[in-house]
Design a protein around this ligand. Sequence first.
Ligand code: SME
Length: 161
Amino acid sequence: MYDFSISQNQTPAELYGDLTSAAAALTDGEPDAIANMANISALIWQYIPDLNWAGFYRVIDDELVLGPFQGKTACIRIAMGKGVCGTAASTNQVQRVADVHSFPGHITCDADSRSELVVPVCKDGQVIAVLDLDSPLPDRFSDDDETGITELIGSIANSLG
Ligand code: SME
């Protein structure tokens, strides 16, 4: 068990700075990508408020396959280009969706989800996974969240595949 004593009562830049340091400590020297994804999804779940799902889908044989996550059970396979996750993976572009009901082809895994942030995980120039964060709040994710999560994932991407 790790105790990072991260305060949620600080600016987004401070919070994501602390989370990025914690993510580096958690993955340091650990080569197993699944173990690292498990701990990173737990870290995010513990310290980022107002989430109802946080986890990874891995790219396997040109398809997204459910990886380590926190939250309710979820759909296991997503085709590239489908839904928010498949769009992030096929375009290698962050998808920040203020209202999932207005996203064409959104895949409903948890009916509570209202907004979503999906960040591609790249290693050696390839998308190897995506991190998917869902919130029950509309328009939950800000520019600061997108920047902070993107930097966190970028800093440990080599430990996730
Ligand atoms: N909503 C996602 C599917 C994954 S679940 O939210 C965990 C999508 O449309 O890609």
